[in-house]
Design a binder for this molecule. Structure first.
Ligand SMILES: [Zn+2]
Length: 168
């Protein structure tokens, strides 16, 4: 008998990577396997989103971005933050004083690295986003700082549409 009988090694002819399309894929983000995540994400994205890594400060795409728009989860596309709540914390990572809405992110007590922190994850796909700190004295409505990795986000710039009154 062999534990390899059924086998994970026999499948090496999987030459063609299926095109990534939304067509046949209903919402199934939570069931994605590790292998699927590795295939879909770049190594850096995988490290941060799926292994709770942290990008180096002042290196990410969005730490100093002021473009109006919505920040989606890089892994699953869920809308997580908006430019309205983004502020200049000068910490080297994109910082928000609140998520887009209650329930878009979830929180996990994180005691790694000898610190007491609150990890922030995407509520939809459970990918790591960053951490939230509060009471630091930033002059924002909540005095919270959602310190989020750029690589966990994708900014969708707001279309310049009807920014004046809609007549009817
Ligand atoms: Zn997500």
């Amino acid at each position: 008998m062999s534990i390899f009988g059924n086998n994970i090694f026999g499948n090496k002819a999987a030459g063609s990577i299926p095109a990534v399309g939304n067509a046949d894929r209903p919402e199934a983000e939570k069931q994605k396997s590790d292998a699927e995540w590795r295939q879909e994400l770049t190594p850096e994205e995988y490290h941060v989103l799926r292994e709770a890594g942290t990008e180096r400060p002042f290196t990410g795409e969005y730490w100093d971005t002021h473009t109006a728009g919505v920040y989606q989860c890089r892994a699953c596309g869920a809308e997580l933050f908006t430019s309205n709540e983004k502020f200049d914390s000068h910490c080297g990572w994109p910082s928000f004083w609140a998520p887009l809405a209650e329930g878009t992110v979830r929180y996990i007590h994180d005691r790694t690295l000898g610190m007491e922190r609150v990890e922030v994850r995407c509520a939809n796909c459970d990918s790591h986003l960053g951490h939230v700190f509060d009471g630091e004295g930033y002059g924002t409505p909540t005095d919270q700082r959602y310190c989020i990795n750029s690589v966990s986000l994708r900014l969708v710039p707001r279309e310049v549409e009807e920014d004046s009154a809609t007549a009817s």
